[in-house]
Design a protein around this ligand. Structure first.
Ligand code: ACK
Length: 961
């Protein structure tokens, strides 16, 4: 109400006038009303207004304005608007020359022209109605300490009733234990000012400091991060309160204090962990909410089973596991010395299978003990806290055993002495473990590659001269020892050569040199073959007859050799609690180690994403993240995690690798290695015709190798198709999709069969469609289809034929034609995979071998499928439907063609079987030798050879007559 001291210029323009409003309340105004005079330019400026740091201010004006039309005497010079200006300065009054009496218009910036929404007339004055206008304008960005406002009148009748200048700010706020200070917004209307909060009340930032955003309207928006009470405290009504005795809080992530787990206590308040009761312990790696535990009691019901110099021990788990699941067993073996001289440790020669310490199973084999000897064997049970429980006495069960008599171990080395043209002197050392008195040795020998007839001689000494040999011939020698317990095993084979006959020693040195060269080459080739065999760990084909005794120990599984050391797949169904299966095979990953960066696709249960996995102490790894969408049922969660329980059991470069699962937080996730090129079918379609044949065969080889591993594990995939193969940036293909694919609910290709199952018809073997006979052999059929998909760059098998037509055509022995530019050898392999009789299909083992051969010998891929097999809209008739007529053939080539085995013609010629007469003498062994390795083909050729023999006998007898 006082004098504001605003400055008017000229003096007779704006005036400061005290008035009363409609209600006769006094008001203070600035007025001007020189409407009848020409050339008005009346300025009124405020005093210096400090910005207080605001970059954007608002000006609210309240004023009345006279309607020019209502003025008596016309409207000639009358105006109905006025202008508002501002001038920014750091200085204040002193900058206004003349004490502000004069106005320097040029330094003012116009804010706006202000017009009235409602102007008043004489009548309003008479009625005492005040037509008050309110206008708001904003100003910014302001950069100086303060500013002046000015109002310019050019001949209107105005009364300025109120000028309110203000700015907005986000007020001090405390939210989720974080304090955000009083904050001035930015200068732009849409700008947000980010403010980092301070954790209050002994709280700490969880993951990242809390942040909020101050809007131009002075509102706090978008909270990020939060503060949580420090450990030992919990949040109650917005403040941190100490945990009561008996309770603890160890993790910032947990919400409230928890009761101490069993066998632990927290005597003080504010505990961050609980301490174990006496006699109970905790490992550093045990989670804080796990009970304190103790060492196990002794194993129970131990029994021994002596077999010669081996003892098989078996026992039951201890009565008391100490509350832990990590019970392991150690074996202590001691020999009982004669004459009560005490006990002696067994020493390094005794073997323990699978090992001596840290056994997780309740059995062990102790081998290579001395014969007729007493042993004391202790089986000790330990668990994760046994080491901590120093005072705890060791818990073991003891067994006394006496070993039996045992045959001697094999003779390890046989040496060659002097070699004459018909004799060779050989000597050997006594076996490492004779296990008794050696009564005699047996020496077995035969001419190399004539092992069907051999000679055995006996000797009481460890050397002898073998007579009656052929000159310049290589002989194989093997020796074994005999004690009263019987014969030991034969030594391995040793090759020695007799010297040349003197009548032929006239051979030139060159010939000898070439023999040496050939021998060296042979030795190198042999070495390479042996090394290759040892490295690959398995051999191609079916040459079981040549297996060494070690190999005889191999187990047979599903009709093929199962290699020792390859584990067997365990169906998660065998677990009562599916969660236990998941955690048995999959590692739990903390969600904070995963960042989701991109969505890469849609899975059956939710999105599939990708991003880096940063496990502590490990290199960052790109991973694929399958998520389970919110709102799932318990059954869906189980089905989703099923895949992880299966995938987690596999460890092979051609099987998608499981990194782990997230089940402790939501969303539930399955984390696998990331495959940059996505699924094989889409990848091939995208890169049509871009790869060399060798690259394609390389991909197929990878898939076959992954499948060989699965079949060795006893796992049948049932949905092998290019869409379920993933490709990485190095073109390595990996078998994936172990979802509940046993029911194939998740495969859009799967169709219902008449028997109610859901099956991807185009990829499935006929017996699996007809009566759900899913085996590794039906996986081989699917593999053939995958080969076809790969060689045709992702073409749809059987194109647009209906499922019903596909079933019918396959049933009638029609098969897919060879894809365009497909090497004949590969098409033959596909056709073999599609043999109706499943035992005639190749095994994955053989497929890998064959593909390896083709890769090593790329010229074998040169010959492409006959053009008549490339008709894209017709299926071809399967080879096996045409009856063979070997008896009409004139040559080996013709004969092989007639039984659709023409592909072997070259091999037969190379092997020296160029006439039907020689072929008629061939045995299965000969077939293998020339390179016919597929069992189905061997059978077919042998049957035909037998027919040929019968036919030849008939002709011969006719001639004789
Ligand atoms: O063909 P794609 O790109 O490859 O689209 C599908 C999609 O997620 C839904 O399954 C992709 N995908 C699945 N697992 C992986 C993985 N481990 N690496 C990369 N992509 C994956 C698949």
């Amino acid at each position: 109400m006082g004098d504001l001291g605003w400055v008017a210029y000229p003096k007779n323009g704006w005036e400061e006038i005290g008035e009363v409003d409609e209600d006769y309340a006094p008001i203070h105004t600035y007025q001007v009303c020189r409407v009848m005079e020409q050339n008005q330019n009346n300025w009124l400026h405020t005093n210096w207004i400090l910005t207080e740091g605001a970059q954007r201010v608002f000006i609210e004006l309240k004023f009345t304005l006279r309607d020019c039309n209502s003025l008596p005497g016309g409207v000639g010079t009358c105006k109905e608007t006025f202008n508002m200006y501002y001038y920014e300065t750091d200085g204040g009054e002193e900058e206004m020359e003349d004490g502000g009496r004069a106005i320097k218009e040029s330094r003012y910036t116009k804010i706006d022209t202000i017009a009235a929404d409602e102007s008043f007339t004489e009548l309003d004055l008479g009625d005492r109605v005040m037509k008050l206008n309110t206008e708001v304008r904003d100003l910014g960005p302001l950069t100086r300490k303060g500013f002046y406002l000015a109002f310019q009148d050019l001949g209107a009748c105005i009364a300025l009733v109120s000028v309110r200048v203000f700015y907005k700010r986000c007020p001090l706020l405390v939210k989720s234990l974080a304090e955000f200070p009083d904050t001035i917004p930015g200068s732009e209307a849409s700008q947000l000012v980010e403010v980092v909060g301070r954790c209050v009340n002994s709280s700490l930032a969880l993951y990242e400091p809390p942040r909020m955003h101050c809007s131009a309207e002075g509102e706090w928006l978008v909270p990020i991060g939060k503060c949580v009470c420090q450990t030992g405290f919990e949040e109650v009504n917005g403040s941190c309160q100490v945990c009561k005795p008996g309770f603890y809080r160890s993790l910032l992530q947990s919400l409230a204090c928890s009761k101490c787990p069993p066998h632990s206590v927290a005597r003080q308040s504010g505990a961050t962990s609980c301490t174990c009761e006496d006699g109970f312990y905790k490992m550093d790696s045990d989670p804080p909410n796990m009970a304190c535990t103790r060492p196990p009691s002794a194993p129970r019901n131990a029994i021994s089973n002596v077999n010669e110099t081996s003892v098989f021990l078996e026992w039951s788990v201890p009565m008391e596991t100490g509350g832990r699941k990590d019970v392991r067993y150690n074996i202590l073996c001691r020999r009982v010395l004669p004459d009560e001289r005490g006990l002696e440790e067994c020493g390094p020669n005794v073997r323990f299978l699978p090992r001596r310490l840290g056994l997780s199973n309740t059995s062990v084999m102790v081998a290579d003990l001395q014969s007729h000897t007493n042993y004391s064997l202790l089986i000790e049970a330990v668990n994760g806290v046994s080491e901590l429980a120093k005072d705890f006495s060791r818990q073991y069960v003891s067994l006394n055993v006496t070993t039996n008599q045992a045959a001697p171990s094999p003779v390890s080395v046989v040496r060659k002495g002097h070699a004459g043209k018909s004799s060779i002197a050989v000597s050997w050392a006594e076996p490492d473990r004779p296990n008794g008195i050696i009564l005699e040795y047996e020496i077995k020998y035969f001419e190399k590659e004539q092992d069907s007839s051999y000679t055995i001689i006996k000797s009481k000494e460890t050397e002898m001269v073998v007579e009656g040999l052929k000159p310049s011939s290589v002989y194989i020698f093997q020796v074994r020892a005999r004690t009263s317990a019987g014969y030991g095993a034969f030594s391995r084979r040793f090759e020695f050569q007799t010297s040349p006959d003197s009548s032929v020693t006239a051979t030139s040195e060159r010939a000898q040199a070439s023999i040496v060269a050939v021998a060296v080459t042979l030795a190198l080739v042999l070495l390479a073959v042996v090394a290759g065999f040892l490295l690959s760990g398995r051999r191609c084909g079916y040459s079981k007859a040549k297996q060494d005794p070690e190999e005889e120990k191999m187990h047979f599984h599903n009709g093929h050799i199962k290699y020792p050391g390859v584990r067997t797949y365990i169906d998660p169904l065998t677990y009562e609690d599916p969660n236990q299966a998941v955690h048995e095979f999959a590692q739990e990953i903390d969600v904070s180690f995963i960042s989701i960066e991109r969505i890469i696709g849609a899975g059956e249960f939710g999105e599939v994403c990708s991003g880096p996995l940063r496990l502590p102490g490990k290199r960052e790894l790109p991973v694929a993240i399958k998520t389970l969408k919110a709102g799932y049922t318990e059954q869906q969660r189980r089905d989703f995690l099923w895949e992880a329980s299966i995938m987690g059991q596999f460890d092979h470069p051609n099987i998608i690798h499981l990194e782990g699962v997230v089940t402790k937080s939501k969303p539930v996730m399955i984390i696998t290695e990331y495959m940059e090129n996505g699924s094989l079918d889409t990848f091939l379609k995208k890169n049509d015709g871009q790869f060399t044949v060798i690259q394609l065969v390389g991909m197929l080889r990878g898939i076959a190798s992954g499948m060989r591993y699965l079949s060795d594990m006893g796992y049948v995939h049932r949905d092998l198709a290019a869409r379920n193969i993933l490709v990485n940036s190095n073109l390595v293909c990996k078998v994936s999709d172990f979802g509940l694919s046993r029911v194939l609910e998740d495969d859009p290709e799967a169709a219902y069969t008449t028997r109610g199952g859901k099956i991807p018809i185009r990829w499935t073997a006929p017996e699996a469609i007809a009566y759900r006979k899913f085996t590794s052999a039906s996986d081989v059929w699917s593999y053939g289809i995958v080969m076809w998909e790969v060689m045709s760059y992702g073409e749809r098998p059987y194109w647009e034929m209906s499922n019903q037509d596909v079933i019918k055509a396959v049933e009638e022995s029609y098969r897919l034609p060879g894809p365009m530019d497909c090497p004949e050898a590969l098409y033959h392999l596909m056709m073999d995979c599609w043999q109706r009789e499943r035992s005639n299909r190749p095994k994955f083992d053989e497929i890998v071998c064959l593909l390896d051969k083709l890769i090593r010998n790329p010229s074998s891929l040169k010959k492409l499928v006959n053009s008549s097999h490339r008709v894209s809209n017709l299926l071809v008739e399967h080879a096996s439907v045409e009856p063979a007529n070997p008896t009409l053939a004139q040559s080996v080539g013709e004969w092989l063609d007639s039984i659709k085995m023409g592909r072997y013609t070259e091999l037969f010629m190379e092997g020296g079987y160029s006439s039907l007469d020689t072929v008629a003498q061939m045995t299965s062994e000969d077939l293998r030798r020339v390179g016919v390795n597929l069992a189905g083909h061997q059978k077919k050729i042998i049957t035909s050879i037998q027919e040929m023999r019968v036919h030849m006998i008939n002709i011969n007898s006719t001639v004789n007559i």
